[in-house]
Write a protein that binds this ligand. Structure first.
Ligand code: MN
Ligand code: MN
Length: 282
């Protein structure tokens, strides 16, 4: 008998056989505006069955890939430091076993745990970051561990000129000023992505996708919707470009399903994840 347990669509390989490990990090304790991202992974698993495993965009099928869905990590709510450490430990094992971790957030702070593990395994690591927001604050309301500060914390780990942001259209003046010389902040769209991909062609890359990079007209189900975003098809094209590089780990975060009763935001997030899983080079 087979176990009939809910996984993300087409992600039913055993851990030992899998090249890609999907897991949820349902944490949203530092969300600054509207919480709810903790429900993303379970909703996505459920709603993913509204999709096909086959992608006409890439002419690939999830059924032909070896992907393990490890379920959600149990995280101690209200304790960001321990939650990040638990995520780091989980990713550490996945890297050690020579597999690619694909994390479903949660709020964006969860990326810090995955990047901590990535940097210790891949010292030359570069970060590609899709988001509406810079996430470069040094602190938010006195807190260093906030989703509004996640890229600043990651910069502290890896230093100057190793983070490349795209789709950015929100942040305080100080964040934009500070980013000069530290982080490459590409505003509004993906126009400069091809150039950056050429530059990073020999480097290990971690890709972090804050889904609020999408325009709220197609993706309202998020904690801090920000008008002026990219379209679904622009995001998919950008993901496939990045995945031509050596992507060693990635995440999608900040879906808060309950803010979109139509379910369209969750369906969009599922489709983004399907395309990401198919685009990964493995
Ligand atoms: Mn954001
Ligand atoms: Mn973010």
């Amino acid at each position: 008998m087979d176990r009939n347990i809910l996984t993300f669509l087409g992600c039913d390989s055993e851990y030992e056989d899998a090249k890609i490990v999907v897991f949820g990090a349902p944490f949203d304790s530092t969300t600054s505006f509207r919480p709810g991202a903790r429900f993303a992974s379970r909703n996505m698993r459920n709603d993913s069955y509204g999709l096909e495993t086959y992608s006409p965009y890439q002419d690939k099928d999830l059924c032909d890939r070896k992907i393990f869905d490890g379920g959600d990590i149990e995280l101690p709510f209200g304790n960001p430091e321990r939650s990040i450490a638990d995520i780091e430990r989980y990713c550490e094992k996945v890297f050690r076993d020579n597999k690619i971790p694909v994390m479903i957030g949660g709020e964006h702070l969860v990326s810090l745990g995955a990047v901590r593990a990535a940097i210790s395994n891949f010292p030359q690591l570069k970060i590609i970051h899709f988001d509406a927001h810079t996430d470069l604050r040094d602190e938010y309301l006195g807190e260093k561990l906030s989703h509004a500060c996640v890229m600043r914390r990651i910069w502290e780990l890896i230093g100057d000129n190793r983070i490349f942001q795209f789709g950015i259209r929100s942040g305080c003046r100080e964040e934009f000023e500070w980013s000069k010389g530290h982080v490459t902040t590409n505003r509004h769209n993906f126009n400069t992505l091809e150039k950056v991909c050429k530059k990073l062609k020999n480097d290990p890359v971690y890709l972090t996708i804050d889904l609020d990079v999408l325009d709220p007209s197609c993706f309202p189900g998020t904690g801090t919707p920000e008008a002026g975003g990219v379209s679904f098809i622009e995001l998919i094209n950008a993901i496939t470009s990045v995945c031509s590089l050596n992507v060693i780990g990635c995440d999608i975060n900040e879906l808060a399903p309950d803010y979109d009763a139509s379910g369209a935001s969750t369906a969009t997030a599922c489709k983004v994840l399907r395309e990401l899983l198919l685009a990964l080079n493995c």
